[in-house]
Design a binder for this molecule. Structure first.
Ligand code: ACO
Length: 334
């Protein structure tokens, strides 16, 4: 069977920074509470004229450049998002148009913050099966449009952004194992009652208080702590690896306490764990893609390194990918 690997990575983050000090002026909270309970110091907020497709396309262009692949070589675009610009067309089709990727099929995938992992697993199987040769995977969310800015229990947690990667065939290494799961009975722990995301509520297109995130934070927290460890161990088992083999662990960036608990369960010291939650908060489906792209830019990922990516999110869903980072030499250009 053909192997799939990541050829290039990219990310897009809005310029506007919202700090904990800014939030102190908006709701009854404090930098001290947010920092100790979540690890978040600031997050990025999309401009009112930014769309999910814009952010996704910016991240995709960076990933294409990194992979040295042109838009017309892409034959599949998968966008993971819970904040698509419109019910239809799919955000992936809007991205296809922005990129000029005219030879590509395109679809969206909704798996909460696990979306990037689900999309990466789909991309790998598209390559392995021979269905596709070059797949663009993008996680994008503009959670600020569905955040209740008067609810201190949720508004301090989230941020906006996009992360992307190009997946293609590799001669060795690449994606070693994937694992995905869901528990729909937990759907009521984290949900949005209705959804039209392109416009902000002030533009009068959505019923008041029905477009915000509702979350049973403590229950999601307990689920996350358990599932991040469980899913990582399961994907390691499927890959025939153990946690000592992990050069870098890239978890969904929701809360530093969740990340620390997962790292502890795997017995990983901090130099093997990638963290950027302090800068961006929880960017939902974008989080793991942004983290992977930053890790590569920081020189923390090198050919031959074994990585575990793991996420959890609304659904409830979870997923993990174990991979061996491949260099340019391992790309199968045939
Ligand atoms: N500032 C100050 N106080 C606050 C704030 C705030 N921003 N938010 C809550 N509090 C208060 C609460 O009211 C509560 O006060 P009380 O004891 O008087 O009732 C107290 O702080 C403790 O609240 P808890 O909810 O028990 O705090 P906890 O330690 O559980 O932390 C948190 C809350 C950070 C939300 C945590 O539960 C968490 O991270 N949950 C997981 C969230 C998550 O990752 N969700 C994924 C969403 S991703 C997606 O798919 C969109």
């Amino acid at each position: 069977m053909r192997k799939a690997g990541i050829w290039g990575v990219g990310r897009a983050l809005p310029e506007r920074v919202l700090t904990n000090a800014d939030l102190e002026r908006m709701v009854d909270t404090s930098d001290e509470w947010i920092t100790t309970r979540t690890g978040i110091k600031e997050r990025r907020i999309a401009a009112s004229n930014d769309t999910a497709a814009d952010l996704a396309s910016e991240a995709a262009k960076a990933a294409l450049a990194d992979a040295d692949v042109t838009a017309d070589e892409i034959d599949m675009i998968i966008v993971a998002t819970v904040t698509p610009d419109m019910p239809f067309p799919a955000t992936s089709c809007l991205v296809q148009a922005q990129l000029g990727a005219q030879n590509s099929a395109a679809f969206d995938l909704s798996a909460g913050c696990s979306g990037f992992i689900y999309a990466l697993a789909m991309a790998a199987s598209c390559i392995e099966s021979g269905l596709s040769r070059r797949v663009l995977v993008i996680g994008v969310d503009i959670l600020s449009r569905i955040t209740d800015w008067s609810d201190r229990t949720t508004c301090v947690l989230f941020g906006d952004g996009a992360g992307a990667c190009v997946v293609g065939p590799v001669s060795r290494g690449g994606i070693l194992a994937t694992y995905m799961g869901a528990d729909g009975t937990g759907g009521d722990k984290l949900y949005v009652p209705t959804a039209y995301f392109r416009y902000s509520p002030s533009e009068g297109t959505r019923p008041a208080k029905k477009h915000h995130i509702y979350m049973a934070g403590n229950e999601v927290f307990k689920f996350a702590v358990r599932i991040m460890g469980d899913a990582s161990l399961e994907v390691l088992r499927r890959a025939g690896l153990s946690s000592e083999d992990i050069a870098l662990f890239i978890p969904h960036q929701a809360n530093i306490r969740i990340i620390d608990a997962a790292a502890k369960r795997l017995g990983l010291s901090s130099e093997h764990v990638f963290v950027n939650v302090h800068k961006y908060g929880n960017t939902s489906a974008a989080s793991i893609g942004i983290a992977l792209s930053e890790a590569v830019d920081q020189g923390r990922v090198n050919p031959g390194d074994r990585l575990v990516l793991v996420g959890f999110g609304a659904g409830l869903t979870w997923g993990a990918v174990a991979l061996e980072w491949t260099g340019i030499k391992e790309r199968d250009l045939a």
